[in-house]
Design a protein around this ligand. Structure first.
Ligand code: TRP
Length: 329
């Protein structure tokens, strides 16, 4: 059994891309591993969110994850800021992170470009906090997307550096959790690349059926193929990619044949696609609406998660303090 840590951004609701890209795998992963899932609200502070919205955002994300199938009995699901040990280890780890390496991290450079008026120290040390999230549970595996690979690489470096500096074999060097062929990238409905919040092309798990139908209807199409068995343009291929994950193989085959014979009617394809997306998201949406009303449940879950996380984190802090030479009188 491996220890897995995954941090979840606390901005925005979950969409279909999150669901098929990560969430569905998390649900499987939690059965086979010792999983820590947390909502990275401390990380979100780098962009100075309005305090009025901070809690609401955390609640939305926690609700979405629970509704989609993260089991609080099986995994620890918690809020990062509920575990003060994280902040302490972050401070300690900062003493072994260097300005030069932090300043040349891709995510830092990108953020610095995007928010030149707010290049704060938290932004610079973002990778240290992320490394802390992971090593505080002595995790071996971290499910990460492409955009987080460099952060994971830095986590390994920080863990190794700590071990070498203090002459211990303490922190494991975590590697990426490999979902193999199960990793599916969901494209957007606008013919561009992947589905993403900032791209504004998402279908959210929270969207009601009408909203989903509207969004699918607006997806980019064309006049249809001009010759038999032709290659699909990206924006059509995208629709088929989504169809493949939400529909049955016979449905996909039906539309493939229609495409190949130049008989495809995009109106029908879209109707089918919308109704099959709704079949996936509806039960999740219903649970979201239920959970959202149930503050007692959310309180219970987040307390239980924080308790599990603090148990493992405080053990690490105690040992790290000892390794670093802190002693009490
Ligand atoms: N940086 C991650 C992201 O933007 C979120 C994150 C924070 C994380 N801490 C983590 C992911 C620890 C994995 C492990 O998606």
């Amino acid at each position: 059994m491996e220890t897995v840590v995954s941090g979840i951004r606390s901005t925005g609701n979950l969409h279909l891309g999150n669901y098929f890209g990560a969430l569905r795998n998390f649900i499987k992963m939690q059965k086979e591993n010792n999983c820590f899932f947390f909502i990275a609200d401390l990380h979100s502070l780098t962009t100075h969110p309005d305090p009025k919205h901070l809690h609401e955002n955390v609640k939305n994300v926690l609700t979405d994850y629970l509704a989609a199938g993260i089991d609080p009995e099986e995994s620890a699901i918690f809020i990062q800021s509920d575990v003060p040990e994280v902040s302490e280890l972050y401070l300690l780890m900062n003493m072994h992170a260097y300005m030069g390496e932090l300043a040349k991290t891709s995510s830092f450079k990108e953020k610095a470009r995007k928010q030149p008026e707010n290049i704060n120290a938290g932004l610079l040390t973002y990778p240290v906090l992320m490394a802390t999230d992971i090593i505080i549970h002595k995790a071996n595996k971290v499910p990460v997307g492409k955009d987080q690979e460099q952060h994971l690489e830095m986590t390994r470096r920080f863990a190794r550096r700590f071990n070498n500096f203090y002459g211990v074999d303490y922190f494991p060097e975590p590697t990426a959790y490999n979902f193999g062929s199960e990793l599916i990238k969901i494209p957007g409905l606008d013919g561009t690349g992947k589905m993403g919040k900032s791209e504004g092309n998402c279908i959210y798990l929270m969207d009601d059926p009408k909203e989903i139908e509207k969004k699918v209807k607006k997806a980019l199409t064309d006049q249809g193929p001009e010759s038999m068995n032709s290659i699909k343009p990206d924006y059509i291929e995208n629709l088929f990619t989504i169809l493949k994950v939400v529909s049955t193989p016979d449905v996909v085959q039906f539309y493939e044949e229609k495409w190949n014979k130049c008989e495809i009617r995009y109106g029908d394809l879209k109707k089918q696609l919308a109704s099959d997306i709704i079949a996936v998201t509806s039960p999740i949406r219903e649970r979201i609406l239920e959970i959202k009303k149930d503050d007692d449940y959310l309180r219970k879950v987040s307390r239980m998660g924080a308790e599990k996380a603090r148990e493992s984190a405080s053990k690490t802090i105690k040992e790290v303090r000892d390794i670093m030479g802190f002693k009490s009188f």
